[in-house]
Design a protein around this ligand. Structure first.
Ligand code: UDX
Ligand code: ADP
Length: 470
């Protein structure tokens, strides 16, 4: 059998991964009909909104959707119809860390993947290539295959591929237009290799073929976890060094620059910060820890666990620096937190360091004033009520205020904390901010984005992560 020529794609899950990825596939492959489906009606309505008020903020995404929507890109809640029609189905549903049961706090919750897989089996009436797009634990494809084969109609065959997504939020469109690599894992049977070729041909419409890597199914699944674990490990390494810098008077920026000049190490992902966030790093490392433990490899599990523990330490260490510097108490003091998203250029707040900081400041009875240029207020209240369990939102609101601008957040504050590296924070008129604050006015730069010397000249007392005052 020759590889199938894909003409209709269905993507199950219209989230941060499925939405941008399949919108770009539609843009780059005008001959392929792409339907992105989701059970969440509000989300689908937002993707379809006449004024392009899309459910996620991602630079360049609106332009992609404007060009392809209604041409060969469609958003729908009719999951069954899209499954029926498609030759190839991406499963791009959420795989959060389990909150209860076996592996709680570590293992991925595969309930959404399983439900989507069962739906495919129940509905499909012809052969399908089923592609795992969501990050999943190693050997999930095996479970998907078992479910599909046990529930499929006669004469329906399913080929499972793993095609993990490596896009980073905030640069998703650029990453999708020009990926470092596209990874496709398949069984090494002739059918598996044919399916792999069918998907590779889709990407070959815009990705140079030497960047399309085809490997075994399990290697592909593990590579995604490995890539994220190694990226996060670099950040934890540099953050660990930032603590040494602060204690010795070294400067982490200079250290990272010097270290990154080694061509074997390279300069990327060496920026010390208040701690990494996002939906992937912590989740994927915990997944790797769980996998290692299940494989009776406790030393391996402990090694990776330490990357997450260092990240928690960094967040707590930074919050403690704020309290200690403000004369060991922030009770009743106004603290402006600038940035709530887990990184710049996204409205996503999952695992954002801001949440931990605000939680700690709340526990210290500070009056926290938050400003973020993208994150919806409703999302902030949801995150804070989840982070401070057992406390009604009205109680939290007595101590936390959401502000419409940097200036309003800083009005009457004793300290400003930079939690996200939004460009606009660099461009603020800091002299004006200074004039509105209590004195002494403190700045805590958790992202190393401000000009500490210029701020000191204005009169601020500046603390920058990874920079010692010794
Ligand atoms: C990550 C991976 O980069 C991507 O390949 C994968 O598909 C999903 O997970 P993402 O979480 O969207 O992407 O963003 P990323 O740019 O990796 O940043 C993650 C966190 O690390 C952010 O909080 C960021 O601020 C932080 N970070 C990043 C640092 O603290 N220092 C750095 O040098 C780089
Ligand atoms: P990610 O960051 O991995 O893209 P998101 O949570 O942003 O995760 O998106 C996953 C989407 O998948 C959600 O919008 C959710 O409603 C959708 N979803 C989950 N299960 C199903 C399913 N069985 N059928 C259709 N959509 C689903």
């Amino acid at each position: 059998m020759a590889p199938v020529k894909v003409s209709k794609i269905c993507c199950i899950g219209a989230g941060y991964v499925g939405g941008p990825t399949c919108a770009v596939i539609a843009l780059k492959c005008p001959h392929i009909q792409v339907t992105i489906v989701d059970l969440n009606q509000a989300r689908v309505d937002a993707w379809n909104s006449p004024d392009f008020k899309l459910p996620i903020y991602e630079p360049g995404l609106e332009d992609v959707v404007r060009q392809a929507r209604g041409r060969n890109l469609f958003f729908s809640t009719n999951v069954d119809k899209a499954i029926l029609e498609a030759d190839l189905i991406f499963v791009s549903v959420n795989t959060p860390t389990k909150k209860s049961g076996v592996g709680a706090g570590f293992a991925a919750d595969l309930n959404y993947v399983e439900l989507a897989t069962r739906r495919i089996a129940a509905v499909a009436e012809s052969n399908k290539i089923v592609v795992e797009k969501s990050t999943v634990p190693c050997r999930t494809a095996e479970s998907m295959r078992t479910i599909l084969e046990a529930n499929s109609k006669p004469n329906c065959r399913f080929d499972i591929l793993s095609n993990p997504e490596f896009l980073a939020e905030g640069t998703a469109i650029a990453d999708l237009f020009s990926p470092d690599r596209v990874l496709i894992g398949s069984l090494q049977t002739s059918e598996g290799l044919d399916a792999s070729k069918s998907l590779a041909d889709v990407y070959a419409n815009w990705v140079p073929t030497e960047r399309i890597l085809t490997v075994g199914l399990w290697s592909s699944e593990l590579s995604k976890l490995a890539a994220n674990a190694m990226l996060a490990q670099r950040i934890s390494s540099v953050n660990a060094l930032s603590a040494i810098c602060e204690a010795t008077g070294a400067n982490i920026d200079e250290v990272a620059h010097a270290v990154g000049f080694d061509s074997r190490i390279g300069p990327k992902f060496l920026r010390a910060s208040v701690g990494f966030g996002g939906s992937c790093f912590q989740k994927d490392i915990l997944n790797l820890v769980y996998l290692s433990e299940s494989l009776h490899l406790p030393e391996v599990a402990a090694y990776w666990r330490q990357v997450v523990e260092m990240n928690e330490y960094q967040k707590r260490r930074f919050a403690k620096t704020v309290v200690d510097t403000l004369f060991k108490t922030i009770t009743g003091k106004r603290i402006a937190v600038l940035g709530f998203a887990f990184k710049a250029d996204t409205g996503d707040t999952r695992e954002s360091a801001s949440i931990t900081l605000i939680k700690d400041f709340y526990a210290e009875k500070a009056l926290v004033r938050v400003y973020d240029p993208q994150v919806e207020h409703e999302q902030i209240w949801m995150d804070l009520t989840e982070a401070i369990p057992g406390t009604p939102v009205d109680s939290i609101k007595k101590q936390v205020t959401l502000c419409p601008s940097v200036l309003e957040a800083c009005e009457g504050a004793e300290a400003v904390v930079i939690a996200t590296e939004w460009k606009e924070f660099k461009e603020v008129d800091w002299a004006q901010v200074y004039s509105k604050m209590e004195k002494p006015a403190f700045v805590f730069d958790g992202r190393m984005i401000l000009d500490a010397d210029a701020l000191t000249k204005i009169g601020f007392k500046v603390t920058t992560i990874g920079r010692g005052s010794v």
